[in-house]
Design a protein around this ligand. Structure first.
Ligand code: NAP
Ligand code: 12T
Length: 340
């Protein structure tokens, strides 16, 4: 990277993801020359800390990106749809965390441990998409297995924390839990049902086919990142009353036989993965242990005894870190080191 430094903007800086983006830029020592923090008009007047300085939050407009080299977007799909092209037009490279651009064939969808080469396609639209949180942690764990044994089919069920929905949902779980244990009335604002002491088989909107958008993101994004449309993927995505960290029960069918010990050995040296798999000692990945970490934790690795070539795994990661902010800054690192 040399001495090169970059003018960086964070769009959606006051949100759950934006906040962590600022933290990741600092922790990962990204070569920031200047940092602009953008949000809605509601946040003008606020200041956020970066490397010991207080940085003012500005209202995002089409003109916010002049002179900016890299913009990390996390201000919702509508804002990305509207402002990412304006930013790209001024020569700024957008790394977008919303679902707005992920399936655009002109936009690369990148997990640096899996397909860093795709970053080169940033030139087409000036936009790189960050995948969905649930997809990121799954492909980090499954890519080494796919490269070695070939994955024919994936069946995944998720256990997703409320932080994936943003800061209002974090408050909602907190307020509902407090109300419940004090025998007070519970208010429901963000989700259609109470999330405290409950599970909702509903993340993002329902589609014509009976699946949710979140489920179809896992299907389509997994194939795009692994660059293999022959992989069958089916998902059930569930919201659980956890604050930080998504978990997933994943069943795969491989083309070649994969022994549990081979899978464990492969994953123990896989980039971005930490195997935690000693069930006798009660050691397996937990969202409370994944929270605040950048690795994807994999355990409960076992043979699916119902088919000849099947493996079951349990995967946990911090959805706001590796699922969003960390992955976006890692993409920025690849971009900065190889292309800018
Ligand atoms: P959040 O906590 O609700 O924060 C939303 C942020 O966007 C706030 O900074 C908000 O500013 C800003 N914002 C909203 N509308 C805006 C507008 N019109 N102009 C400028 N700023 C605007 O939400 P979050 O959890 O951080 O998520 C934000 C985005 O990240 C969403 O697009 C979501 O899809 C995406 N996301 C992706 C993943 C993933 O899977 N990779 C995970 C989580 C979230 P104010 O504070 O001023 O309102
Ligand atoms: N609705 O980036 O509610 O597509 O957990 C991520 C998380 C959308 C996304 C959630 C969502 C996305 C959620």
């Amino acid at each position: 990277m040399g001495a090169k430094q970059f003018n960086v903007a964070v769009a959606g800086a006051t949100g759950a993801v934006g906040n962590q983006m600022i933290a990741c830029l600092e922790e990962m020592n990204f070569p920031v020359k200047s940092l602009r923090l953008l949000a809605s008009a509601r946040s003008v007047g606020r200041q956020l800390r970066f490397r010991g300085d207080m940085v003012p939050v500005e209202e995002m407009t089409e003109g916010s990106f002049a002179g900016t080299d890299i913009a990390l977007f996390s201000a919702g799909g509508a804002a990305s749809q509207r402002f990412a092209p304006a930013a790209a037009k001024t020569g700024c490279v957008v790394i977008d965390n919303s679902s707005a651009w992920r399936m655009d064939p002109q936009v690369p969808l990148v997990v640096p441990e899996v397909n860093p080469h795709a970053v080169a396609d940033y030139r087409r639209k000036g936009i790189i998409a960050n995948p969905n949180c649930s997809t990121i942690q799954m492909v980090v764990a499954l890519n080494p297995i796919h490269r070695r044994f070939g994955i024919r089919r994936i069946v995944v069920s998720t256990y997703q924390s409320v932080s994936g929905t943003g800061k209002k949902a974090i408050e909602e779980l907190f307020n509902q839990t407090r109300a419940m244990i004090n025998f007070l009335d519970v208010e429901t604002r963000v989700y259609p049902h109470r999330i405290a002491f409950n599970c909702l088989p509903h993340i993002d909107a329902f589609l014509e086919n009976g699946y949710t958008k979140e489920e179809m993101k896992m299907v389509n994004e997994t194939r795009k990142i692994l660059e293999d449309d022959s992989i069958g993927v089916t998902a059930t995505t569930v919201r659980v009353p956890v604050f930080f960290g998504h978990s997933e029960a994943v069943n795969i069918e491989t083309r070649e036989h994969a022994a549990v010990e081979e899978v464990r050995a492969l994953l123990s040296v896989a980039p971005g993965v930490k195997v935690v798999d000693d069930p006798q000692a009660h050691r397996y990945p937990l969202p409370i242990d994944a929270a605040g970490q950048d690795l994807t934790f994999v355990g409960r690795i076992r043979q699916d005894e119902s088919i000849p070539n099947g493996i079951n795994l349990w995967i946990a990661a911090d959805n706001i870190r590796k699922g969003a902010a960390t992955n976006a800054v890692q993409i920025a690192q690849v971009l900065a080191e190889r292309y800018l």
